[in-house]
Design a protein. Structure first.
Length: 92
């Protein structure tokens, strides 16, 4: 799970920032924040295809800001293992 996403972030912008062929994942899921159409949910679930891919992503992005982030005052990303693991479990 990646937390502290900027309010302007969309699932589409994350797919551009974190291309599948670079980071080896099979699911990037941003829950809908239906309470506010203007803001994202501020977190996203990513299911990596290997533990090594997950660790490489964490090493690269934990504590950093998105490169294409218009809001440079946003918090730094918090990359952590989710309590729920696996593609099917995330979608359940």
């Amino acid at each position: 799970v990646v937390r502290n996403l900027p309010n302007s972030c969309t699932q589409e912008s994350l797919l551009l920032e974190w291309p599948v062929n670079t980071y080896e994942y099979d699911l990037l899921y941003m829950p809908d924040n239906s309470s506010n159409d203007e803001q994202c949910s501020n977190f996203v679930f990513i299911n990596f295809t290997t533990r090594a891919a997950a660790q490489a992503f964490k090493n690269e992005w934990h504590g950093k800001q998105l490169e294409n982030n218009a809001d440079k005052k946003s918090k730094r990303l918090n990359v952590a293992n989710a309590k729920v693991q696996g593609h099917d479990a995330i979608l359940a």
